[in-house]
Design a protein around this ligand. Structure first.
Ligand code: ZN
Ligand code: ZN
Length: 113
């Protein structure tokens, strides 16, 4: 069992000014996710590739503003979330575990370093 297997997000907040997503969790953690960083980490087959075939992100050097603007968050079952991006992309499923592992808050960054 992983350390995050019993937690789930309770709410989210889109900070449009700083382009950051905040998620509140059942263990009272508030995770922080830079939109652009989140988009670069999109795990879907189109972005990240599949079966040895590289995804589109592998050949990109930058992303457009639409591609990195988060407009909504949709729950996926009881294990993940799908960010909905302004360019219409919404096939990436970010598991709770992945989200917690990539949390950008000071506390988590300290723990990882
Ligand atoms: Zn994707
Ligand atoms: Zn954190």
């Amino acid at each position: 069992m992983s350390q995050y297997s019993n937690v789930s997000p309770t709410s989210f907040f889109l900070d449009e000014e700083n382009r950051v997503l905040y998620l509140s969790w059942t263990d009272e953690h508030e995770s922080k996710h830079d939109w652009e960083r989140l988009r670069w980490a999109c795990p879907c087959a189109w972005c990240a590739g599949e079966g040895g075939v590289p995804g589109v992100l592998a050949s990109k050097k930058s992303l457009s503003r639409e591609e990195t603007t988060l407009i909504n968050i949709e729950p996926v079952g009881r294990y993940g979330l799908t960010p909905v991006w302004e360019d219409g992309h919404k096939t990436g499923i970010y598991t709770y575990e992945k989200l917690r592992a990539m949390c950008d808050c000071d506390e988590c960054r300290k723990k990882r370093s």
